[in-house]
Write a protein that binds this ligand. Structure first.
Ligand SMILES: Cc1cc2nc3c(=O)[nH]c(=O)nc-3n(C[C@H](O)[C@H](O)[C@H](O)COP(=O)(O)OP(=O)(O)OC[C@H]3O[C@@H](n4cnc5c(N)ncnc54)[C@H](O)[C@@H]3O)c2cc1C
Length: 409
């Protein structure tokens, strides 16, 4: 049976940003009625999976430099309203004790599920009403007000917060509904693409590499420019590469690739400032080249790189010219190949693209063209690297929208 209820504020989507928006709204104005619609049975499904189940919720180095967004000015404004200190203070007041590791903050429990449960509890204690297994389907304008049709009911509210997330990890409920709702209002949504995603490079290396993890630098090159670069543990898979540095450069690489541009991936597999001639000089005796490489490369990779340099498995250091040896180390320091694709949203941790930040007032997250409608989180055109940046952005925008929709500052 259809219900037609009125609320002061309706939030569509009970994920990271929606939960914080709900708490923010109630804290700013406890008397206002807040309804949260969530299509899943349990709110915060993606949140409960974050950080390998441990929830990396913010970072000591929060700054615009760690995000991709065409509108860095608005982003700067958003981040200045919710600094690292603001985040730690907000969550500790909710009962979340932080634990820092290498600049990344997690709940001390080490449990993303407990982080989600605490936010849900705090929202309910403050009187937020949740309607689960209910999806927002359309937003319609009537006499200057909006009403929302769900798959079960019709609701009216003075203020709406769209917190439906993007398209990454669709099994958590992120199926692009928010983009459709925004487009139905005539707003331009920049093409959503997977970000923090493995990159495909079929045929670039031997299948024996699958499963190997090595330290190295990845550079993404377009024409003669390096457009993104990162260092850390690279992971080789069958026909693709992943690992944190790969995920961190994936947003820029995928966007270019999607524009049919040729994208080159260049890996430096040698240690930083590696002096190969000193390394060879220091080696005792005339050993086989393959054995000389054992301390630098995974043994399964050695035959592939020796072959590329025209060196055989039985060649000793004395058998090959210094030119050939240099070629081998040049190949290892700039192992380059074409990007051939990217993994889909199923394997991505966030979405790039979305609603441009210039469409919202960065002090409130209210749509400039539609007062009373607010947008938060992954729906917006802003994606961060690994390390707690995406959740930080979701919480920052959620809190701004929650407070502003309730009339608070
Ligand atoms: C595996 C994984 C690990 C991650 N780890 C981290 C990490 O450690 N640190 C970090 O900073 N970021 C991490 N992220 C990214 C982070 O989870 C997202 O940036 C963040 O959850 C986005 O918040 P959101 O509120 O915009 O969307 P979501 O958290 O996706 O929430 C959207 C909610 O809206 C609901 N919904 C969708 N459509 C409708 C509809 N029509 N009606 C009603 N409800 C709807 C969904 O079911 C969902 O509950 C990770 C992501 C993944 C997939």
């Amino acid at each position: 049976m259809k219900r037609e209820d009125n609320y002061d504020i309706i939030i569509i989507g009970a994920g990271a940003s929606g939960l914080v928006a709900a708490i923010g709204a109630k804290e700013a104005s406890p008397k206002k009625s807040v309804l949260v619609l969530e299509k899943n049975q349990i709110p915060g499904k993606k949140l409960s999976r974050t950080g390998n189940g441990r929830c990396n919720f913010t970072n000591r180095a929060i700054s615009v430099d760690h995000y991709n967004s065409p509108d860095k000015e608005s982003l700067e404004q958003i981040l200045s309203s919710f600094t690292l200190e603001d985040s730690l203070s907000f969550f500790s007041k909710k009962g979340i004790v932080p634990y820092e590791r290498n600049g990344c903050f997690y709940p001390y429990s080490g449990e993303a599920k407990s982080f989600r449960d605490i936010l849900l509890l705090r929202a309910k204690e403050r009187g937020v009403i949740f309607s689960v297994e209910e999806s927002g389907v359309s937003l319609e304008r009537e006499d200057g007000y909006f009403r929302i049709k769900t798959d079960k009911n019709i609701f009216f509210a003075k203020k709406y917060i769209l917190s439906t997330g993007g398209l990454a990890a669709p099994d958590t409920g992120a199926m692009g509904d928010g983009y459709k709702l925004l487009s139905s209002l005539g707003l331009d949504v920049n093409k959503p693409l997977p970000a923090l995603s493995p990159l495909k490079c079929e045929g670039a290396f031997s299948e024996d590499f699958a499963g190997i993890r090595v330290y190295g630098r990845i550079n993404i090159a377009h024409k003669s420019d390096v457009i993104a670069s990162d260092f850390g543990e690279l992971q080789f898979n069958k026909g693709s590469i992943s690992g944190i540095p790969v995920l961190n450069v994936s947003s820029s690489a995928i966007r270019l690739f999607d524009e049919n541009e040729r994208v080159r991936i260049c890996l430096d597999l040698l240690p930083k400032s590696f002096d190969y001639s000193a390394f060879i000089r220091n080696l005792m005796g005339d050993i086989k080249v393959k054995d000389a490489l054992l301390s630098i490369l995974n043994y399964k990779m050695i035959p592939f790189f020796l072959k590329k340099a025209g060196i055989s498995l039985s060649d000793r250091l004395s058998d090959i010219s210094s030119k050939k040896l240099k070629l081998l180390f040049d190949i290892l320091s700039s192992f380059s190949f074409d990007m051939t694709g990217y993994a889909g949203f199923e394997k991505a941790q966030t979405s790039s693209g979305g609603l441009s930040l210039s469409e919202v007032d960065p002090h409130t997250m209210e749509l400039r063209k539609f007062p009373g409608l607010f947008v938060t989180g992954e729906l917006l055109d802003c994606d961060g690297i690994c390390g707690g940046y995406n959740l930080h952005f979701a919480f920052a925008t959620g809190l701004l929208a929650g407070k502003a929709s309730a009339g608070g500052k």
